[in-house]
Design a protein around this ligand. Structure first.
Ligand code: HEM
Length: 146
């Protein structure tokens, strides 16, 4: 993937202004609520009975923050995103058995949460760059599946 100077600056600006503690939990919660089959991977995380339970589940919130920090790998390695995710891809495939289609669902939820936070600053070129970035992450996370 090639990145223009403009795209690099958009990505670094999104992430330097990102409230991980707020956005991470919201994105993961939204994914679990909107796509309930993704809950199957979190059966050891406690109460996921309904949307309220998911949104107030501290284990889910903590994991949402962890996942969002997982994107730092891509921010720091924009020119070799695939290599940067080799370990995480293997983990999700061979150990966690997460269907790779779910990566796309989670990053779409993240896009919605970031858009809601940024409001009118989430201009079309910002969205296009953010989605290009997330698509590269999704592809890299799917790389070790076979
Ligand atoms: C663990 C990142 C998508 C399920 C993790 C970890 C990271 C991460 C950084 C911690 C790894 C470690 O402890 O070494 C990401 C990123 C994703 C993504 C960047 C997509 C953008 C998903 C999706 C699911 C999922 C879609 C399931 C629907 C899990 C589970 C764990 C995990 C079950 C282990 C949780 C635990 O038991 O502590 N992920 N993940 N991940 N991820 Fe993901």
């Amino acid at each position: 993937v090639e990145w223009t100077v403009k795209e690099r600056s958009i990505i670094s600006s999104i992430f330097s202004n990102l409230d991980y503690e707020d956005v991470g939990p919201k994105a993961l919660c939204r994914c679990l609520i909107v796509y309930p089959w993704t809950q199957r991977h979190f059966s050891t995380f406690g109460n996921l009975y309904d949307a309220e339970a998911i949104k107030t589940n501290a284990n889910i919130a903590a994991h949402g923050i962890k996942v969002l920090h997982g994107l730092d790998l891509a921010v720091k390695n924009m020119d070799n995103i695939k290599e940067a995710y080799t370990k995480l891809s293997t983990l999700h495939s061979e150990k966690l058995h997460v269907d790779p289609d779910n990566f796309k669902l989670l990053v779409d939820c993240l896009t919605i949460v970031v858009a809601a936070k940024m409001g009118s600053d989430f201009k079309p070129d910002v969205q296009a760059t953010f989605q290009k970035f997330l698509a590269a992450v999704v592809s890299a996370l799917g790389k070790q599946y076979h």
